[in-house]
Ligand binder design. Structure first.
Ligand code: 8YV
Length: 328
């Protein structure tokens, strides 16, 4: 009997590069399903349609492409490797009767830890110190070089106290920070207590009072360019902006400008708009940024947990069962 077909796409172009995927994926799938690329899925759409679409990274998933791979509306599910679904038209797919799953929960710690790594890198100017040592300047020791700023006893502002935001906040307790958060709704008191007695405040208030602003909100129409020029100017001149959400939450041009003119102290960025960031981007020329190439969930442990969830969702869909982590 023919194996069920699973379409796999990686990246915005929906191209198929199995080597760019988690190395554990293909071996886990090999015996039970057939993996195909988008071109093959479209070519065989009438005769041998795919049953599941597994999308990695930022593949663009929308009803137009679904109609191309599943003209008779036989697609059972879209399974996303990641928690963020801004590249998927969740509503459009729900209207077509196509369930979508993502990987919530398992990546909270890793992503929060990346937020903290970038926060600390900004506070203690780790990329600049590293560069200083590597370029032979350590030997010309200067006691005042790359002075940092405190983390303990300062104010942390979290934009979006969801699962990842909460994991960021919990870690602030050891630094005896005051925790503020902004978001559509107030969290239950027990969540606030666990998050260092976090206080729900209006965003403008949070920006004016925080020493470190960490963006943890989902990318939606509402959060698109939330950190625009006006809001960036509300931040303290000594503050750092950390983005572990999505690049679209920040107006990149405005951010470059406030960093260049030192309207804010620094930025720690794991996500960008555009992404990947072009090699000649002005952000690379600034001496007050710490950059990571979208590595929030990239620990061996977390990626293994994400992969398991992806595979379990694919197997559930193929077996005609409910998805484990449906999100539309
Ligand atoms: C990526 C992420 O999906 O979960 C998310 O939303 O942004 C990441 O975990 C992951 O890097 C896979 O490309």
């Amino acid at each position: 009997m023919a194996k069920p077909r699973v379409l796999v796409t990686v990246g915005p172009s929906n191209s198929f590069k199995l080597e760019a995927i988690d190395p554990g994926f293909e071996p886990k799938m090999r015996d039970s399903v057939e993996l195909v690329c988008l071109e093959d899925a479209i070519a065989a759409a009438e005769t041998n349609p795919v049953q599941v679409w597994a999308c990695f990274a930022h593949s663009s998933v929308n009803p137009d492409v679904v109609r191309k791979i599943s003209p008779r509306n036989t697609l059972r599910a879209v399974v996303n490797y990641g928690v963020g679904t801004d590249h998927i038209d969740l509503k459009g797919l729900a209207e077509m009767g196509v369930p979508v799953s993502n990987t919530p929960g398992v990546l909270n710690d890793a992503t929060a830890e990346m937020g903290w790594a970038l926060l600390m890198a900004c506070a203690r100017r780790i990329p600049q110190c590293d560069q200083f040592c590597r370029t032979g300047q350590f030997s010309k020791y200067n006691n005042l070089v790359y002075m940092g700023k405190a983390i303990a006893e300062t104010t942390l502002g979290i934009v979006g106290l969801g699962r990842i935001g909460q994991a960021v906040a919990e870690r602030a307790v050891g630094f005896r920070m005051q925790v503020l958060y902004a978001g559509r709704s107030r969290q239950p008191v027990e969540v606030e207590a666990r998050c260092g007695n976090a206080q729900h405040v209006p965003l403008d208030d949070l920006l004016a009072r925080s020493d470190y602003v960490v963006l943890c909100c989902p990318a939606t129409a509402e959060t698109n360019k939330l950190m625009n020029k006006e809001r960036l100017h509300m931040m303290k001149s000594t503050a750092s902006l950390i983005n572990i959400a999505r690049g679209t939450v920040v107006d990149t041009d405005a951010l470059v400008e406030v960093l260049r003119t030192k309207v804010i102290d620094s930025a720690g960025l794991d996500v960008f708009e555009p992404e990947p960031l072009p090699t000649d981007h002005e952000l690379y020329t600034l001496d007050n940024v710490a950059l990571a190439p979208h590595r929030g969930s990239a620990t061996f442990e977390t990626r293994a947990a994400m992969l398991k969830l992806v595979c379990d969702n694919i197997f559930a869909a193929v077996a005609g069962e409910e998805l484990l982590t449906r999100c539309n």
